[in-house]
Design a protein around this ligand. Sequence first.
Ligand code: UDX
Length: 445
Amino acid sequence: MKITIFGSGYVGLVTGACFAEVGNEVMCVDIDENKINRLLNGEIPIYEPGLDTIVSENLREGRLKFTTSITDGVDFGLYQFIAVGTPPDEDGSADLSHVLSVAESIGRNMEDYRIVINKSTVPVGTADLVRETIRTVLEERGRAIDFDVVSNPEFLKEGDAVDDFMKPDRIIVGVDNPRTKELLRNLYAPFNRSHERFIAMDIRSAELTKYAANAMLATKISFMNEIANIAERAGADVEAVRRGIGSDSRIGFSFIYPGVGYGGSCFPKDVRALERTSRKLGYNSRILQAVEAVNDDQKLSLVSKIRDHFDGDLKGRVIAMWGLAFKPNTDDMREAPSRKVMEELWKAGAIVRAYDPVAMDEARRIYGDRPDLVLVEHPDEALKGADALTIMTEWMVFRSPDFELIRNSLKEPVIFDGRNIYNPDMVEQVGISYYSIGRRPRLVR
Ligand code: UDX
């Protein structure tokens, strides 16, 4: 099958590469010439395990093409995927200008029937706008060409994106035409194995499903962070509570890990956008507002602990930071809790010595050169001359450290663990004070 994908960002690139991997002919279109040139050389602009291999293999086999030509893209595929960004605008609503500009280009250049598929995360009603946009342009051209618009939201996780695409939990397709539904089912057949994962529904429900899924997961996290805050005050251990409630199959063990709050390119943006959508529809979503507010506060909870430990004075203190990415296996620092924490520490006059296995370049790109940020090449180096160690991302390499070395490197050995990756008894026994989330602090004096 011939497929065109507009937008070679996270979602577009993974979608294009995976469709090519199962034998389709795929053309990826992006207006960023530099990005396309890099991709043509097999260079992947994002860090995503496994993606480089399938991109270069399919490029070599000729199944995957990259271009900046929109007209070639519209001409190429019967299936036209829109996978461009929907960044938040000033009030947190999703900015649809990129999506609608692709729709307009499709309308302007199409000569035959096309199936236009929205993969970008877009508010309810966007498919109608896309349809309207294409229809208007076709009218201007005086052409009556048939087309369909489909909503097909993507649920992939950064760091597991290729696997998530190849083995999805579900394939959501919002479609209002039975024939197009069967074409989509056929397109996704290679990924629809072992049991039925193809869930077709009306277009608006598909659009809302994506937001509802992310909002539900974000709610689980904020809820658990709230329980952690209660546990701290009640002298309980949130990790015990987590195991206790997770064993109820109605609740489940996933996404109930307390921590320094959720970050990334999806949860913060999508929770906000759904809240704005609901407000525009005349409904005041108290849950979504609370999920966001709890998360904003949670990102700062570790800073309060650091500040209190040092009696409110962080001026000149050196804080080692392990982990900068918003989660392991990605270099993405969008809305990462590490950023909020660093920025607060800097405001208080502290210096951060940070290490991350892959996000160092990203940190350099965001913050440039500044005297209060020292980026080091090894976790142990971050400890040198530091007053405290903070854990911001639960990378594997941080999970079983040499605690003796930490104790001997830090001036007044103390760890602030934003991901609860250590056993408090063990850290205490080594002689290191230990603060974590939702568990009683251990103080070694
Ligand atoms: C998420 C969704 O999982 C995915 O389906 C959607 O398509 C995009 O958004 P992603 O942003 O890649 O994917 O990250 P995810 O692994 O879901 O983690 C999101 C954030 O929640 C991270 O900051 C993570 O640290 C945090 N988190 C997750 C917790 O704090 N506790 C948990 O129990 C789980």
